[in-house]
Design a protein around this ligand. Structure first.
Ligand SMILES: [Zn+2]
Ligand SMILES: [Zn+2]
Length: 178
């Protein structure tokens, strides 16, 4: 009988040790979640575009941008709006093809101006040409402020600074999964 009592005590000691370990684990997870949240807000929004830790999937479309300076094609760099180990702005690029990824937690209209602002703030030396370009959407000249061009699914947007190229692209051949 006495032996049994001792083993019961041992069992409950083991149990409380387990509870302490679980409590510590919960605390650690809680603290790191708070830290992540803090980091999430460490980067300010750009024109209302948030930088989230995860890529957003509710609203996910793609547009394409071509930039020409005096007839020469300029590369739109990869990783615009992607801050390493930190966050993804809702407007970003994954590669240097000129494809703009619009990945937001809700359906919303975004503009080229917002993308250009994310671009200029994602890089020390963004390489965005200065001045007012001529602009085209799907081959048609856009007569308003080029910054107001809306980013719609599969739009082909062209900015022409200075002398024009030989021809203005009217569409882009998007990969099938985009
Ligand atoms: Zn993405
Ligand atoms: Zn995408």
């Amino acid at each position: 009988m006495v032996k049994e009592k001792v083993s019961v005590k041992k069992e409950s000691f083991k149990l409380s040790k387990k509870i302490v370990i679980i409590a510590v684990l919960i605390l650690v997870v809680g603290i790191s979640a708070t830290y992540m949240k803090f980091r999430l807000h460490a980067l300010p929004d750009i024109d209302g575009i948030e930088c989230n830790q995860m890529e957003q999937a509710v609203f996910h479309i793609h547009a394409h941008l071509d930039v020409y300076v005096d007839g020469q094609h300029r590369t739109v760099p990869e990783f615009i709006g992607i801050i390493p180990n930190t966050c993804f702005y809702w407007l970003h690029t994954h590669d240097p093809t000129g494809i703009i990824h619009i990945e937001a937690p809700q359906y919303k209209t975004f503009t080229l101006g917002q993308f250009l602002d994310v671009w200029s703030k994602s890089f020390e030396n963004s390489g965005i040409p200065t001045g007012t370009p001529k602009s085209y959407v799907n081959g048609k000249e856009f007569t308003g402020d080029f910054r107001e061009i809306q980013l719609n699914a599969h739009d082909e947007i062209v900015l022409v600074y200075g002398l024009p190229p030989d021809s203005i692209p009217i569409s882009f051949d998007f990969p099938q999964n985009l």
